[in-house]
Ligand binder design. Structure first.
Ligand SMILES: [Zn+2]
Length: 97
């Protein structure tokens, strides 16, 4: 288990068997957690050992991406098919180009 704080957000990464889960505290009072990512442990290194440098960079990226998605107000200019900050589609994919 790895716990820490990224940009003021407390996270926990737990590994069990061959899977991992990254959560953040949903509320500081009730102890509930929000799952940000789950996956196979090979995402974080080899099956035999975690690559802690890669794992910490991965966790920071997951937490910062989640934060951007929660706070994004979509302000890209014309021509963007996806929001460069949060990845949300800026076009209706059912309409022709
Ligand atoms: Zn956005």
């Amino acid at each position: 288990m790895i716990s820490g704080r990224v940009d003021g957000i407390d996270f926990t990464m737990r590994e069990r068997s061959d899977t991992y889960t990254i959560t953040v505290d949903a509320s500081s009072n009730d102890g509930s957690e929000t799952v940000l990512a789950t996956g196979n442990i090979t995402d974080l290194g080899s099956a035999q050992a975690l690559d802690y440098r890669h794992t910490l960079r991965f966790i920071v990226a997951v937490v910062r991406t989640a934060r951007r998605r929660m706070t994004c107000r979509h302000r890209p200019g014309p021509g963007f098919r996806f929001c460069p900050w949060c990845g949300t589609s800026m076009i209706d994919p059912t309409l022709p180009d």
